[in-house]
Design a protein around this ligand. Sequence first.
Ligand SMILES: Cc1cc2nc3c(=O)[nH]c(=O)nc-3n(C[C@H](O)[C@H](O)[C@H](O)COP(=O)(O)OP(=O)(O)OC[C@H]3O[C@@H](n4cnc5c(N)ncnc54)[C@H](O)[C@@H]3O)c2cc1C
Length: 405
Amino acid sequence: MTDAGELRRRTAELLAAHPPATTDRLDFLRARFDAGLAWVHYPEGLGGLGVPRALQAVVDAELAAAGAPDNDPRRIGIGLGMAAPTILRYGTDEQKSRFLRPLWTGEEVWCQLFSEPGAGSDLAALGTRAVREDGGTARSSEAESGGSWVVNGQKVWTSSAHLARWAILIARTDPDVPKHAGITYFICDMSDPGVEVRPLRQITGEAEFNEVFLTDVRIPDARRLGETGDGWRVAQTTLMNERVSIGGMRLPREGGMIGPVAKTWRERPELRTHDLHQRLLKLWVESEVSRLTAERLRQQLVAGQPGYEGSGMKLAFARLNQEISGLEVELRGEEGLLYDDWTMRRPELVDFTGRDAGYRYLRAKGNSIEGGTSEVLLNIVAERVLGLPAEPRTDKDVAWKDLAR
Ligand SMILES: Cc1cc2nc3c(=O)[nH]c(=O)nc-3n(C[C@H](O)[C@H](O)[C@H](O)COP(=O)(O)OP(=O)(O)OC[C@H]3O[C@@H](n4cnc5c(N)ncnc54)[C@H](O)[C@@H]3O)c2cc1C
């Protein structure tokens, strides 16, 4: 049985065979993956050892103490947090062994081609079409090996598309059935002809995300993830993991948005007022409760698929980030309003703590939109967690092609 002691032994073996001080970073990460110490809860041969996720902390602590490089998880969050669990659950053996290793090491960045100009909260209404090259609608997955799909459409708000080699993509394969039933999930090669990525500038002045135009993009059937027409169910795995990965990150105390404002409070007594003190205390306590709740959620996840609790976490994360970054701007007064870098950069990651107060305030606005808006998450919590009556839905039994658009 692999317990904490055994993991320490394996980690020591890895460090002895590949000393971090003299080993190339990528070589070290590949060796770590091959030793099953990348994500220990993944199966053997796929970067893990099939042991409880909670044991990852043992490996991480040993590697950090030895000064080993990590895979820079903030840079590859979509791959790690969303693509990987979906591939693990629905991928074929070939897909798992082709994609998971370079995804984890960060050699291949992933992006998410879900949202469209006419389909964000109502994602199942999406109109990007994937048609079998023989022209059929391919409702059944029987006898569907080989061949390709031809994809046409437009996606929007695609974070990291300009850096990505691969994308998780959902597209409509059958317009004649209700919207949730006619969707299929694919892995799209972002370097293929017909994929065009254009930057979209945000409120921060940067362009983290993009619009992506897909024109006659050919995707081999071997890169379909899950059954034809079952894409909505496959996408649920991605979306539930997305909410956990946005709202439920592992952080030390004061590791999130509350950290910089608490630091300013300690270091700049001249800025303090009684009113701001009360608000800071309240937000500090709420941040700590939220951090510990995320920790508990992660422990509940030990055995698999996240539940709808991830939606609650993401809701709390968005509200707190916006309130705390607003408080920080108030605390700093005029200086908090300064934001002097309007260069249109193409950042590789969202870094809340390494930037100034103005950036945090502006970037946090997107937190209540990305990964599902707060209004939509409230609906999910109301219906799925609290069991309240569902919103009326009139389009459930209507073919997608007959829906008003
Ligand atoms: C920073 C950032 C990064 C993103 N990255 C990606 C990405 O990488 N890939 C990707 O696919 N998408 C990405 N998105 C898109 C994001 O998922 C969508 O913006 C989001 O789902 C909302 O969709 P929408 O923008 O079309 O707004 P809409 O769905 O049009 O919503 C407009 C307003 O109506 C409200 N609303 C809609 N439906 C309901 C309802 N049923 N009940 C109550 N209120 C409702 C919404 O809450 C919102 O206030 C990103 C967004 C942001 C801000």
